[in-house]
Design a protein around this ligand. Structure first.
Ligand code: ADP
Length: 255
């Protein structure tokens, strides 16, 4: 029985560190099947927002929900069951394990807590392991890394690790995928491939929240964009609207 995909909503999220509000009343809606860009200057609260959604930080106030179901604050381990996946600014990997194993881990936990433990907890049952492996190979093929499945993860180049992280996140068949600066350190050609991949992922129904500095990528592939400044939403709208938004141009995009 299939359920209709529902949007993820954040309403009035507030979180302070040592009395300073890192995010201060953030509203955000990520629709299934859409790419939602989250942009803004350094320190504007983008990563903090991702960490609240993925349960690492517990907001002081505000609410989160998927459709009518509240999304519990905190509880990062519970996000996998809700099929909320993420990648990190610095790719996480077990260097001495194979690329394939690093991706298989994504099918068992959300790739956050107990990373090394996750490797040991990969299924010992042959059938289950074969299923996980087959899915990991599909995920690697989807991100263009099929040929590197057997390589040690610490042999990969930076850009390949970024794509590997996305493959790992895809193992959850995510309803929502949170990407933290996936284009950092990528070449123009790699960014083009990344953009096509993210669009393909969203076409399959996943709601993507994309934190990214690379303005061209944001405007090329996003359906909606939210701009943060000093922890508050400065503007939200389509790329066409955001591009010409006066305050956004002066606070962030530059003249
Ligand atoms: P962005 O991702 O937009 O660069 P961040 O969400 O990382 O911004 O940071 C927003 C603000 O919160 C910044 O002022 C930052 O210094 C502060 N901040 C983020 N994480 C922490 C933390 N763990 N402890 C203290 N301050 C933090």
């Amino acid at each position: 029985q299939r359920t209709v995909p529902e949007p993820m909503r954040l309403l009035g999220i507030v979180l302070a560190f040592g009395g300073v509000r890192a995010i201060d009343g953030v509203d955000l809606t990520v629709a299934p099947g859409q790419v939602h860009g989250l942009i803004g200057p350094n320190g504007s609260g983008k990563t903090t927002t991702l960490n609240v959604i993925s349960g690492y930080y517990r907001p002081e106030s505000g609410g989160m929900a998927i459709g009518a179901a509240p999304l519990p604050a905190g509880d990062p381990e519970g996000r996998a069951a809700l099929r909320i996946a993420r990648t990190f600014q610095t790719p996480r990997l077990i260097g001495e394990a194979s690329v394939l194993e690093n991706v298989m881990i994504g099918g068992t936990v959300d790739g956050t807590a107990g990373f090394a433990e996750a490797l040991f907890s990969l299924p010992r049952q042959r059938a289950e392991e074969r299923d996980l492996e087959a899915r990991a190979r599909l995920a690697l093929a989807a991100v263009g890394l099929a040929d590197l499945a057997g390589a040690r993860a610490d042999r990969l180049q930076h850009s390949e690790l970024r794509f590997m992280e996305i493959a790992r996140a895809l193992m959850l068949r995510p309803s929502f995928l949170l990407l933290d600066e996936p284009a950092a350190g990528l070449s123009t050609e790699e960014i083009r491939r990344l953009g096509a991949l993210v669009r393909a992922i969203s076409r399959h129904g996943t709601g993507v929240l994309l934190v990214e500095h690379h303005a061209d990528l944001i405007f090329d592939i996003c359906d909606q964009v939210t701009v943060l400044n000093l922890g508050k939403v400065l503007a939200a709208g389509t790329p066409a609207e955001i591009r010409v938004h006066k305050e956004v141009v002066s606070a962030y995009l530059g003249a």
